[in-house]
Design a protein around this ligand. Sequence first.
Ligand code: OMP
Length: 271
Amino acid sequence: MTTQELIRQIHRKKSFLCVGLDVDMQKIPAHLLEEEDPIFAFNKAIIDATSHVTVAYKPNIAFYEAYGIKGWEALHKTIGYLNEKYPEIFTIADAKRGDIGNTSAMYAKAFFEDLGFDSVTVAPYMGKDSVEPFLEFEDRHTILLALTSNQGAFDFQTKDTEGRELYKRILETSGKWKNSHNLMYVVGATKAEYLADIRRIVPDSFLLVPGIGAQGGSLEEVCKYGMNENIGLLVNSARGIIYASGGMDFAGAAKTEAEKIQSIMAAVMPG
Ligand SMILES: O=C(O)c1cc(=O)[nH]c(=O)n1[C@@H]1O[C@H](COP(=O)(O)O)[C@@H](O)[C@H]1O
């Protein structure tokens, strides 16, 4: 998907909500466990209930790998369903990959070609030649971890590297890589106050911002400091939406939560 198509969808839906599909069998409603594929049945219901206010879905791959072949099959079915029924919706494989070049090329093939995701999250730790294989895919997006939502972000990401915090160096250096127009960045919602500085370095890039809902980040602050003239944000919530209810009404409860977030987004969007 092109960035322009994503922007158009954001304006059409008056939303920049990304719903995280982080499916935990311990948390899904008990009646779904009788289904042949409980993970897919859960995802399908969540997607159908929230797609009218959602511009992106982000399955975190860990939640599928944890269930072996059945989990991987459910992931295939989920992305297949999204691409067929909701081709206008942006898809993110939250895999946090990155390795030596030839290995990264295989990761890129897995997520962009085999599974058919629009984007994948990648860790920048191994540098340019570990990220560029992902960037070769036109109209597919590589979402690089910059400043993450967890406490451990302060262990390395904010540390000084020759006069510059590491996360700022990641933003600046990656912008010089080949096909860097295919980059987006992850910035945790719990670190919204850093967004003003981040916007000075990457004014035009899309930012994936997880950490509202269960992790306590503020949507209002993210919008205040992070929004650019194209909106430029995909704000993710997983547990806060998909586990809003553990009962028969789980999809309706997810819809209500997603609509609540969308109405806050619509109120801060220009026009
Ligand atoms: O890359 C991510 O999406 C990510 C980066 C980050 O800094 N923090 C973060 O929480 N995430 C992911 O975003 C999702 C957050 O889920 P909830 O806390 O349940 O809304 C999980 O899939 C995390 O792995």
